[in-house]
Ligand binder design. Structure first.
Ligand SMILES: [Zn+2]
Length: 111
């Protein structure tokens, strides 16, 4: 087991264990796994910590995967100097089994 970080709402393990294929990180409720090569990726860490916060907030439980990811990617985007909203929109629209267009997600990310 690699490095561990503690967020306010969860615990993060840097380990390939628990990370689904094609993902770089994954949150199981308050327990997060991030691939070790992303140890310095603050945006990814903050993305997954958003999911741990969502887990503890019943008001957010029924908002759905699209809403959860948009909130997490919005937070993640704040940590990079370049604009990644188009790449994130594509990722959300194609990798999360959501019936939504890239354009619609881009709109949500900018709202
Ligand atoms: Zn996410």
């Amino acid at each position: 087991m690699g490095k561990i970080r503690f967020g306010k709402y969860g615990i993060v393990f840097y380990s390939s264990f628990g990370v689904p294929r094609k993902n770089s990180g994954f949150a199981y409720g308050p327990i997060v796994f991030i691939l070790p090569e992303y140890i310095d990726d603050r945006g990814l860490l903050e993305h997954e910590l958003v999911h741990t916060r969502q887990f503890w907030n019943p008001l957010k439980w029924f908002k759905g995967k699209l809403w959860w990811e948009v909130e997490a990617f919005k937070e993640q985007a704040k940590w990079y100097s370049d604009d990644r909203s188009h790449a994130y929109a594509r990722l959300i629209a194609t990798n999360y089994n959501l019936d939504v267009s890239v354009g619609k997600v881009e709109e949500l990310l900018k709202s």
